[in-house]
Design a protein around this ligand. Structure first.
Ligand code: ZN
Length: 384
C-alpha cells in the first residue's frame, strides 16, 4: 500500500503520479508505465501500416466462421466513442455483426441517440438486453455499502457476461470489443483490483452487503469464462481498434460528420452512474482521478501533448451545478438520501482481497496450462 511519507511526484513524460501507490520513477523521473508502455503493447497494438494485413486476416477468419449464418460476430455497443467508431469501421470491412447493447438503467439520452444513429447508419440489427432494475439497484447498493474502489463492477460484469452468454447461445464465436490500447494503454492496476468478471467476488460482496437475492442478474462463472467458452466453444474477443490508426479526436470528428454522433463532454458520460462514481466518489474517497491514466494513454500513444493533458487536469472534475443535478438524479434513482451517499463516500474502504475471489482458481488453471504446454511442447491458446 501507499507509503504515507511518499512525497507527491508526477512523471515527466505522462501525467501519472504518486496517487498510484505502486508507481516508480527512474533517475530521470520517467514512470514505470511510460518505461514499459512499448514492450507491453508490442504484441497487441498495430496502429501503423502493419496492422492492416493482420486485421484482414482476422476479418477473413470471422467471415469464414460465420458463413451461412445470419451474423458472423457480436458487437457490444455502448454509444461511446470507442464502440461507435469500431462499429462504422467494421462495416467498411464487410463484417456482419449482431449489435448487442446492455441497458443497466443508467444510459444517458445522448448514449441512446448515438446507438440509434450507429445502428441506422450501418443497417445493423440491434438486440438490447435490459437488466432488471431492482437487481441492478440491489447490487449497486451492496457495492456502495462495501466501500470497494471499483464501483463499476456490477455494470461491467453484466455487460460482458451478457455479451458472452448471448454469443454462445446464438452459436457466434467472435465478440468485437471497442477496448483499445490507444486510449487505455496505461492503467493504474491497483485502482481496480481483481477482475470485474470475478463472479465469486461479486457474489461474496452481495452476500455480505445485500438485502435480498438477485432475481435475474446472470453472472459468468470461472469455468465458463476461462474454460468452457474459450477452450471448448472457441469463443474469441477481437479488438479491431488495435489494428488501425485510432486517434480519439479525429474519430469523434468523423463520427459527428458521418452519422451526427454527439459527444458526452466527459469520459464515460454514457452512464450517469459511472460519471458520478468516477468524477466524484472515486476522487473524494480514494484520491483516484481516472483522467490521469486516460490522458497518459493518449500521451503515450502520441495523440496528446503533456502540456495539453496538464491543462485538462487543471480543470475541475465537476462544475458544482452539474454535480448537484447529477447527484440529485443518482440518489433519486437509487432511492437513497444525500446523507446516505455522503456516508458511502466517507465510510470505511475495502479491498477486492477482503472477500472471497477467484485468484486461487486462476493460479491453479495457470499451473495446469503450463503442465499441458510442457507435455504438448507448444502454447495453449487461452482467453485474452
Ligand atoms: Zn509516465
Amino acid at each position: 500500500m501507499a507509503d504515507p511519507a511518499m512525497k507527491h511526484q508526477v512523471c515527466i513524460q505522462c501525467v501519472m503520479d504518486t496517487s498510484d501507490p505502486v508507481i516508480d520513477f527512474d533517475s530521470q523521473g520517467v514512470c514505470n508505465h511510460c518505461r514499459s508502455f512499448t514492450s507491453r503493447v508490442s504484441q497487441t497494438w498495430f496502429p501503423g501500416p502493419e496492422g492492416r494485413p493482420r486485421l484482414d486476416r482476422i476479418v477473413e477468419t470471422i467471415s469464414a466462421a460465420g458463413k451461412g449464418k445470419d451474423y458472423d460476430c457480436v458487437l457490444g455497443l455502448s454509444g461511446g466513442i470507442d464502440s461507435s467508431y469500431m462499429a462504422i469501421k467494421i462495416k467498411e470491412l464487410g463484417l456482419r455483426p449482431l449489435v448487442v447493447h446492455v441497458d443497466a438503467g443508467w444510459n444517458s439520452e445522448v448514449a441512446v441517440a448515438n446507438i440509434e444513429r450507429v445502428v441506422r447508419h450501418c443497417g445493423y440489427d440491434l438486440h438490447t438486453h435490459v437488466v432488471d432494475w431492482e437487481d441492478m439497484r440491489e447490487l449497486q447498493l451492496a457495492y456502495l455499502r462495501s466501500g470497494i474502489s471499483n464501483q463499476d463492477v456490477p455494470q461491467d460484469h453484466i455487460f460482458f457476461a451478457s455479451l458472452y452468454h448471448f454469443a454462445i447461445s446464438h452459436d457466434i464465436r467472435f465478440i468485437l470489443s471497442g477496448g483499445n490500447i490507444a486510449s487505455e494503454g496505461i492503467m493504474a492496476e491497483t485502482w481496480h483490483e481483481g477482475s470485474a468478471m470475478d463472479s465469486i467476488n461479486l457474489k461474496a460482496i452481495h452476500r455480505k452487503f445485500g438485502q435480498r437475492p438477485l432475481r435475474s442478474y446472470r453472472t459468468i462463472s470461472f469455468w465458463q469464462y476461462y474454460v468452457l467458452y474459450p477452450l471448448v466453444r472457441k469463443m474469441r474477443t477481437v479488438r479491431p481498434l488495435n489494428y488501425m490508426p485510432y486517434d480519439k479526436a479525429k474519430a469523434a470528428a468523423e463520427l459527428r460528420e458521418v452519422i451526427g454522433w454527439r459527444d458526452y463532454g466527459r469520459k464515460h458520460g454514457e452512464s450517469l452512474f459511472t460519471k458520478v462514481f468516477q468524477n466524484d466518489y472515486l476522487v473524494r474517497k480514494y484520491g483516484y482521478d481516472k483522467r490521469k491514466p486516460h490522458l497518459s494513454s493518449l500521451i503515450a500513444s502520441g495523440q496528446l501533448s503533456r502540456a495539453e493533458a496538464l491543462e485538462q487536469l487543471s480543470r475541475p472534475l465537476y462544475e458544482p451545478e452539474e454535480l448537484e443535478i447529477d447527484l440529485d438524479y443518482f440518489c433519486k434513482k437509487l432511492r437513497i438520501t444525500r446523507a446516505d451517499y455522503e456516508g458511502f463516500v466517507t465510510g470505511p474502504k475495502s479491498s477486492y482481497y477482503d472477500f472471497p475471489n477467484w485468484e486461487g482458481h486462476y493460479r491453479a488453471l495457470k499451473r495446469i496450462q503450463r503442465a499441458v504446454e510442457r507435455i504438448r511442447g507448444r502454447p495453449v491458446n487461452v482467453y485474452s
